[in-house]
Design a protein around this ligand. Sequence first.
Ligand SMILES: [Zn+2]
Length: 485
Amino acid sequence: MTSLQKRPARRGAVLRREAVAATIPVAVAALLAAAGPASAGTGAAGPTAPAGSAGSAGAGDPYFPLAGNGGYHVSHYGLTLAYDPKTGHLDGTAVLTARATQRLTRFDLDLRGLKVTGVTVDHRKAAHRRDGQELVVTPRTALRKGHEFRVTVTYNGTPGPVTDPDGSLDGWIPTDDGAFVAGEPQGAMTWFPANNHPQDKSSYDFTITVPAGHTAVANGVLRGQRTAHGRTTYRWRQSEPMAAYLATATVGKFKVEQYTTRDGVKVYNAVDPREAAKAAPVLKELPSVLEWESRLFGPYPYRAAGAVVDHAPQVGYALETQTRPLYDSAPALSTLVHESAHQWFGDSVSLTRWKDIWLNEGFATYAEWLYDEQHGGPSAQNAFDTLYARPADDRLWAYPAGDPGSGAAIFGTPVYARGAMVLHELRKAVGDRTFLRILRTWASEHRYGHGTTAQFTALAERQSGKDLKSLFHTWLLTKGKPDKA
Ligand SMILES: [Zn+2]
């Protein structure tokens, strides 16, 4: 995510177009050639579950205690939605394919607002009740551990956003011509029943019907669109695993552009005409940004890419929705670089708890620094020095990137800026070659899975052969302005 209000100070304004064409320095190119092949992805840590036979109401994340649920994994969501931008009414049917990780007499889904009109489990009617953001489902008979089951929820109503602890809105955010749908960290539950924590990743199929003239954009590959009786239905498929917060079903009046990159990635851009002139030169760089990031971080993780550039001034941020980042207005090139880097760091490699958010934001911010450095802009050292010059009472030093303290602080300046500073200190300590090998190995070893801060610091020590405990302690985990090493 990047936020205008919460974004750390950037070095200069939008990069000039002409700076972007610069080639990757020779040393980096050699390093890229030397990088090893991707290894198999690692499995996810499962949601924690109590010993009893009811699935827990949360995934065990202290920052958002009710987010996610225990007792099952969802492998697939099939979401069929119809949205009317005029009335704001949403009709939904969600079909979840899940596997019980314990015996289950009942389990929870996360769903906020909206009216549930029916729930079935394995095609049999199931009892259900609402308890705040929890939809509590009691199947007719207990599900045995290991059983794969199918939950169908029909629902409707007028969705709206949730206000996060930091005061920002996420979820289903109505716009003047549709809805801007961005779910980090909590908002997926505003438009579909979910196991709403990044611990659980799933594939998705979306079937979204909107009035003709509107476009509905979700994640992954467009499988088809059909107009009949004044309504258009869009079918999207996200095959690679995705956390619920990265799902979107953004609706608006968009200009659409589709093409396939040299690497065979299918690009779908949807742009609000009011943002089109400003967005065009930035979107044009998307293939070269993805190519550059692929050379640094390893193969792009998805078969689809693109952007949704909306006109949604009430939102105030951009989000790395999987395969297709969402922008509330025409983005700066640095923002495009940031959200694209998240496709590796945050989307393909997911968090297991929100406390580790620097693994997303510090990495995406550092990608911006690297991009500037290698495209004729200021060096990463320059970016670091500018931040380090801030006085000791600056909010930059208010808390450490690796321990924000609460869900209200996960998108604060220290997470982004200090998160990037940690990586810069690491780079200086291990050298460019080893540093980039660490990033690549991180992306490949945890591809489509999860990673924790402890796993990252262990990887950095393993790859470099150095004891980095004091570096991480000082730069990642200690409050206040560190003495310069
Ligand atoms: Zn971000």
